[in-house]
Design a protein around this ligand. Structure first.
Ligand SMILES: Cc1cc2nc3c(=O)[nH]c(=O)nc-3n(C[C@H](O)[C@H](O)[C@H](O)COP(=O)(O)O)c2cc1C
Length: 221
């Protein structure tokens, strides 16, 4: 499998349904609609290793090169975000792409936790869309939905050779409103986070977070 083919497999996996969509195909390798589930094939074993590698090696990147991020990469990243699962498939999200340096600086100056935005060529602001969020006491599912989209974006950025970091806004309502004000985001949108991204100018080691103590089987002992 050459590099381009590997890349297509990863990109397609991210686009069609997030990190665990192992039924994705590369366009050339599984044209047969009636084929056995991908997980049963050697191809899928290769693909799953690539996906799991991306999940394990993604790490927050807070320093970026000036090189702009190509539009086609931005679209792939947005597609990955929108491929996330959401409660009742409401897809209650919106994404604001910021590549204006003056606005990135304004975000960084106003939200110190997103200070790295000043040195980023790009940031994606993820919002929850309250008009699409579920009604009633499950409305807050929007947070999980938009968070799933955010994680997909981080993974897609990593897979495409970029670095990114999730910087939080909601549930800090004042911060969410302040960021919305900078970007003229309408009131029915709640800013969940800002994701500055770009080609990495640092290479921190991924953290090994495996902790057996976090795992329980059946009834807790
Ligand atoms: C909800 C949430 C909010 C976060 N907010 C910030 C932030 O404001 N600034 C920041 O630099 N990193 C922020 N992070 C990134 C975390 O610090 C980072 O994910 C964590 O330290 C683990 O490191 P890793 O992403 O490299 O695995 C946030 C992450 C999450 C999930």
């Amino acid at each position: 499998m050459n590099k381009k083919h590997l890349f297509n497999v990863v990109a397609n996996l991210l686009i069609v349904g997030g990190a665990f969509a192992l039924s994705a195909c590369c366009g050339n390798c599984c044209k047969n609609e009636g084929a056995a589930p991908a997980a049963a094939t050697e191809q899928a074993v290769d693909s799953s290793a690539i996906v799991l590698e991306a999940i394990s090696n993604r790490t927050s990147i807070r320093a970026y090169q000036e090189t702009p991020v190509e539009d086609w990469k931005v679209e792939k990243i947005l597609r990955a975000g929108m491929a996330a699962p959401s409660a009742m498939n409401r897809q209650p999200w919106s994404f604001t792409v910021v590549n204006d340096k003056a606005i990135l600086k304004q975000i960084a100056d106003s939200a110190p936790n997103a200070g790295m935005a000043a040195g980023a060529p790009l940031a994606i602001v993820v919002c929850g869309d309250m008009d699409k969020a579920p009604e009633g006491d499950v409305k807050e599912f929007w947070v999980q939905d938009a968070s799933a989209a955010t994680e997909n974006i981080l993974l897609a950025a990593h897979a495409l050779g970029l670095g990114a970091v999730w910087t939080g806004a909601y549930p800090n309502v004042a911060k969410a409103k302040m960021l919305a004000g900078i970007l003229n985001i309408p009131e029915n949108q709640t800013v969940l986070c800002v994701i500055p991204m770009g080609y990495p100018a640092e290479s921190p080691a991924p953290k090994d977070k495996w902790n057996e103590g976090n795992v329980h089987y059946n009834v807790w002992k």
